[in-house]
Design a protein. Structure first.
Length: 617
């Protein structure tokens, strides 16, 4: 029998002139509804009985063959699978009771194998911070009391140069005698290490073999807090002799606290980046270190030395204390001494701020130090060295340089484009170049250019912005001297015992005493002014005064130029009516006399006060 039901039921029914079942319209509606019900029934039952497609990014789809197909979920290593038929759930859990299998050495682009450097621990699968080597896997407690030295050394030894992760905690490492070789340690900023000691005894020489990368630091630490104890630095890095590392260490975003925060000895080609030093007796002791870069570091509230640079104690060759430590964009605040540099060559401070310190930069026997390009130093006399860790500064002021009697003179100092300030309690010269301490000519071949020297306080009356003693070959050009609240200073600068000096285009404002040994407030703009004084000439009842001798404070190789101007004159005689001149002079002294050019007799016993300026040779 042939049914009237065909592929296109609408056309089939509509073509019948005499429908055998019902009207074409009614049959059509029933047919359409039947088809929809059949499709829904099939889809619903297929979804309940099986899966259609499981999509896995980066992998082939898992497709069901039919509605009777079965999807199998396996737990395998460290994974438990449970089901709950009542609410139709499948639960997949990391059990923490099994040792994980092998994992990739890095993340894959599709996210597979996302646990690099995991470790076999009693806790099972590692958390995201449980890297390949962790001191707690080797017995470390991290309570700040238990000695974790052996555990830390064991983890580093097992890592053999791979990263070692310190989870949160305080690790007592005071008995650590030193680990060597390539070491990488880090945390997320919440681990404190007390007394970590790195000591390399077999570091490669500078002519390193081709098998070692010159870009590879032997010791690196990042995001760690190092805390010094009563007997040990927070972090100590040392090598057996000077200059044998390619790159000794690299420290990134580390914090240093305690008595000695960081000590480095005999290190080469290293860097400290974005590190912080807080309340240290010695923030950083750099002993015989060469080619070190310090960038964006901060030093706070040190009652001693923020940075202490010297020769190492095992330097039997009597060499200099290293060369070329450079600070860029660093800050020092509220400390006793910012930088103490002894027997070190080529120290550089560039675009750095040193503020509220008793001693900014102290140089002893150090050559070619440079304070350039935006360096600011603010000096205060208020004590910053109080407390049990306090070390009083060797000298005070913004910059103090002197020779070393035992070793050498200080040479090649450059202060350029800097601003040096003494605050209201300033009690020392801002800049002192002192060559009197050695058998050599203690300071030579140095320059101060394009800088501003400010004394903003009202005392003392006996200090100078710049004081240079027993020096030779000095350049002093294009500087500005300023003392806005103080007219009691002797003079902006004092030069004593100088040989070969160029002093030009220097300017001063409000820098002099109104009644003592001063430079006048107007005239000569500070250009080549070596010294000044105020003399009192006594009238003898004629048209002239008695002559008065003035002995030069400095020693000049030639007879200097003299300028004398009347400050005050006897009653009834204007200052413009008196001419002042030197009646005799040589390279050691000058005799000054005043003359009434209009012929009026000057009353005996009255005084003419004269400002005397020595303009150099």
């Amino acid at each position: 029998m042939t049914l009237p039901w065909r592929n296109n039921t609408s056309e089939d029914i509509a073509s019948q002139t005499k429908p055998r079942y019902e009207t074409p319209q009614g049959a059509q509606l029933k047919a359409d509804k039947a088809e929809a019900n059949a499709k829904k029934y099939s889809d619903d039952n297929f979804a309940k009985s099986a899966f259609k497609t499981i999509k896995v990014p980066g992998r082939l789809d898992v497709v069901a063959d039919d509605k009777e197909d079965v999807l199998t979920i396996e737990g395998r290593t460290g994974i438990a699978v449970t089901t709950n038929p009542q609410d139709d759930r499948i639960i997949i859990t990391a059990t923490g009771d099994s040792i994980p299998g092998q994992h990739g050495t890095s993340h894959l682009s599709d996210g597979a194998d996302p646990i690099p450097y995991t470790t076999a621990t009693t806790g099972g699968l590692a958390n995201p911070n449980a890297y390949l080597y962790n001191p707690k896997d080797y017995g470390a407690v991290g309570d700040g009391i238990t000695d974790d030295s052996d555990a830390a050394v064991a983890a580093i030894t097992a890592a053999a140069g791979k990263p070692v992760y310190f989870p949160p905690g305080r690790y007592n490492l005071e008995s650590m005698t030193g680990v060597g070789g390539k070491v990488q340690i880090f945390s997320n900023g919440d681990a404190v290490l007390k007394g970590f000691h790195y000591k390399e005894l077999n570091a490669p020489l500078q002519n390193i073999s081709a098998t070692t990368s010159e870009d590879d630091a032997y010791f690196t630490a990042s995001n760690l807090v190092f805390e010094g104890t009563a007997t040990k630095p927070g972090l100590k890095i040392e090598n057996q002799s000077q200059g044998t590392f390619i790159r000794s260490f690299q420290l990134f975003r580390c914090t240093f606290r305690g008595n000695i925060g960081l000590e480095t000895k005999n290190c080469l080609d290293s860097s400290l980046l974005e590190c912080v030093f807080i309340q240290n007796q010695y923030g950083w002791k750099a002993l015989s270190c060469t080619n070190l870069t310090v960038a964006n570091a901060r030093f706070f509230s040190s009652p001693g030395y923020c940075v202490y640079i010297d020769r190492s104690d095992n330097d039997t060759a009597n060499r200099y204390g290293g060369e070329s430590i450079k600070f860029t964009n660093c800050q020092w605040f509220d400390s006793a001494t910012a930088v103490q540099c002894i027997n070190h060559n080529y120290l550089t401070l560039e675009n750095c701020m040193i503020d509220y310190v008793n001693m900014g930069v102290y140089l002893k026997g150090s050559k070619f130090a440079r304070l350039v390009s935006g360096v600011y130093i603010g000096y205060t006399a208020g004590s910053r060295s109080s407390g049990p860790l306090g070390i009083a500064p060797t000298k005070t002021g913004c910059v103090y340089a002197e020779g070393d009697q035992a070793r050498s003179f200080t040479a090649g100092i450059e202060i350029s484009d800097a601003k040096l300030t003494g605050y209201s309690d300033a009690a020392a010269d801002l800049v002192t170049l002192d060559g009197t301490t050695t058998t050599f000519n203690g300071v030579e071949n140095s320059s101060i250019r394009n800088s501003q020297l400010h004394l903003v306080g009202t005392t003392p009356t006996t200090k100078y912005h710049l004081n240079i003693m027993s020096a030779q070959d000095i350049t002093h050009m294009n500087n500005r001297y300023y003392a806005p609240n103080n007219n009691q200073l002797l003079a902006p600068w004092l030069f004593t015992g100088l040989t070969r000096i160029i002093s030009q285009q220097n300017n001063f404002t409000n820098s002099f005493n109104s009644s003592g040994t001063v430079l006048p407030a107007t005239g000569y703009a500070g250009n080549e002014v070596y010294e000044s004084s105020t003399l009192t000439l006594t009238c003898n009842g004629t048209d002239r005064t008695d002559s008065v001798a003035y002995a030069f404070r400095n020693k000049y190789t030639q007879t200097p130029r003299i300028v004398a101007m009347v400050r005050t004159s006897p009653s009834g005689i204007g200052a413009e009516e008196i001419n002042v001149a030197n009646v005799a002079q040589d390279s050691t002294q000058v005799f000054i006399r005043a003359l009434n050019v209009k012929g009026t007799v000057m009353t005996a016993g009255t005084n003419v006060v004269v400002d005397l300026i020595i303009l150099g040779v």
